[in-house]
Design a protein around this ligand. Structure first.
Ligand SMILES: Cc1cc2nc3c(=O)[nH]c(=O)nc-3n(C[C@H](O)[C@H](O)[C@H](O)COP(=O)(O)OP(=O)(O)OC[C@H]3O[C@@H](n4cnc5c(N)ncnc54)[C@H](O)[C@@H]3O)c2cc1C
Ligand code: SF4
Ligand code: SF4
Length: 430
């Protein structure tokens, strides 16, 4: 996959220098590039300076470095009992890798409650499926040594006492101590950026955490023409547009473009299936546990085959295709109301919103979702539709004898840094 992605970029004519570490930003800047984009990730794993850390160092590993060593074949085994400290994706990779290197008892410990763990839900689920317990509300206090060697960790249990202003749980130490015996510890409590290769006298502003200050809108640092993105800037959400190199303003952005295209092509000729199917999401098939635990290189998630993929896409709710109602075409035959599988179309007397919501055939209880109310129709009634439950199946439009209901496809194009870039982007998308 990576080869394919890299191949696409190289195919565009990029001049790449592989295997070349940048050890001085000043020197690189001096080479005369118009712009530099730094996407060096967050490669430094955090450490915990707890009592016993130095003495037990031989068996305490920084998770991300340990995973690298495993990937390059420098580490091929691990102790019998392993504790992983941390609740992110790195922690999930560490615990599952430890199991594959032969550990018999692997335990993950997290300082905060399970529900705020940073790891992806499916990674947590897979780790649990492989038999790895996750102990939440466990804050590490100190390392236990026996004969000069790591023998365990002492944790203090935390209790949730409420939530802070951002809705995160507030934690307090309970005083209850728990010791977990172990032979190795993998520390996966987060990564941070490391920029030893950026000279501090280059004129770049650094923030309170010692990281380059990066503009949220332009991705530019305080040195004109030096940009940061991805984990190197603020986590995985990066994208870079070449406006700066074209001499365009980075802050002036045009309005986003959007289009609505009618999907009506005649009865039973929709460009998508409108067969309502309440089937649950298909699970991604996994390799057999006995096989994957024995082989580090065996891919666990096998992906969908064509049959499952076809079933899964049938569940699509076509959110980009909207129901559009034209009052003066409606002859109030009520046929759409009859056909709608979720009873979200109503022809009724108008009322205050609160009462109208209750009077619908299926009461519209989600107050965060507007209900759609038409102008007054010929008989004095209105058409009210609960958007919250509409399946976008298009049966109303298919049934309507006058075309009062239409399904219209909505496309939204986000504006980039300049209109020149936008047209370049559209040309690229073809
Ligand atoms: C163990 C682990 C597990 C993860 N699991 C998941 C997951 O399951 N799902 C998910 O969405 N995300 C996961 N993440 C996060 C995800 O990998 C990162 O958010 C993403 O890779 C960041 O992309 P990036 O391009 O900013 O940096 P990176 O992918 O880190 O790329 C940075 C590149 O810059 C190179 N580099 C660094 N310094 C220099 C230098 N001085 N000179 C030249 N080159 C340099 C590095 O060699 C590297 O190739 C995980 C991260 C880790 C560490
Ligand atoms: S598109 Fe929405 S309103 Fe129309 S029939 Fe389907 S569920 Fe009902
Ligand atoms: S089927 Fe068409 S004409 Fe009949 S009530 Fe519904 S929108 Fe009006």
């Amino acid at each position: 996959m990576l080869d394919e992605e890299v191949g696409i970029v190289l195919g565009m004519g990029v001049n790449a220098r592989f295997g070349a570490e940048i050890s001085s930003l000043k020197a690189l800047h001096g080479e005369g590039y118009d712009a530099i984009f730094v996407g060096t990730g967050a490669p430094k794993g955090k450490d915990l300076e707890l009592p016993g850390r130095a003495e037990a160092a031989a068996n305490i590993h920084i998770g991300i470095d340990w995973l690298t060593s495993v990937a390059f074949g420098h580490v091929e085994k691990v102790g019998r009992r392993v504790v992983v400290i941390g609740g992110g994706n790195t922690a999930m990779d560490c615990c599952r890798t430890a199991l594959r290197l032969g550990a018999e008892a692997v335990t993950v410990t997290v300082r905060s409650p399970r529900k705020v763990m940073k790891a992806s839900d499916w990674e947590i689920k897979d780790a649990l499926y492989e038999g790895i317990p996750i102990l939440d509300n466990h804050a590490p206090k100190s390392f236990v040594l026996k004969d000069g060697k790591l023998a365990g960790i002492i944790f203090e249990k935390m209790v949730v006492t409420g939530t802070d202003a951002k809705g995160r749980p507030k934690l307090e130490a309970s005083g209850e101590l728990v010791t977990i015996e172990c032979d190795d510890v993998l520390m996966a409590i987060g990564q941070e950026n490391a920029f030893p290769w950026i000279e501090r006298d280059i004129g770049m502003t650094f923030n309170e955490w010692g990281q380059p200050a990066v503009d949220r809108k332009t991705f530019m640092s305080s040195v004109p023409g030096i940009f940061f993105g991805g984990d190197a800037a603020w986590g995985p959400e990066n994208i870079i547009w070449a406006a700066y190199c074209n001499g365009k303003s980075l802050v002036e952005r045009p309005q986003p473009g959007h289009t609505l295209v009618s999907q009506k092509m005649g009865i039973h000729e929709w460009s998508y299936s409108n067969n309502y199917d309440p089937r649950k999401r298909e699970a991604v098939p996994h390799a057999k546990l006995e096989a994957s635990l024995k082989n580090l290189k065996l891919e666990v998630e096998l992906g969908f085959d064509d049959k499952i993929a076809a079933r899964e896409v049938e569940r699509c709710l076509n959110c980009d295709v909207q129901t559009v109602f034209t009052e003066n075409l409606c002859i109030e035959c009520d046929a759409c109301m009859d056909i709608c599988p979720v009873d979200c179309i109503n022809f009724t007397e108008n009322d205050d919103e609160a009462d109208l919501r209750k009077e619908l055939r299926v009461p519209a209880l989600n107050l965060t979702q507007d209900i759609y109310v038409s102008d007054v129709l010929k008989t004095g009634r209105i058409m009210a539709k609960d958007e919250d439950v509409c399946l976008h199946c298009g049966l109303c439009a298919e049934r309507c004898p006058t075309g009062a209901w239409d399904m219209q496809k909505y496309a939204y194009v986000e504006a980039q840094a300049s209109s020149a870039c936008l047209s370049h982007h559209n040309a690229y998308l073809g």
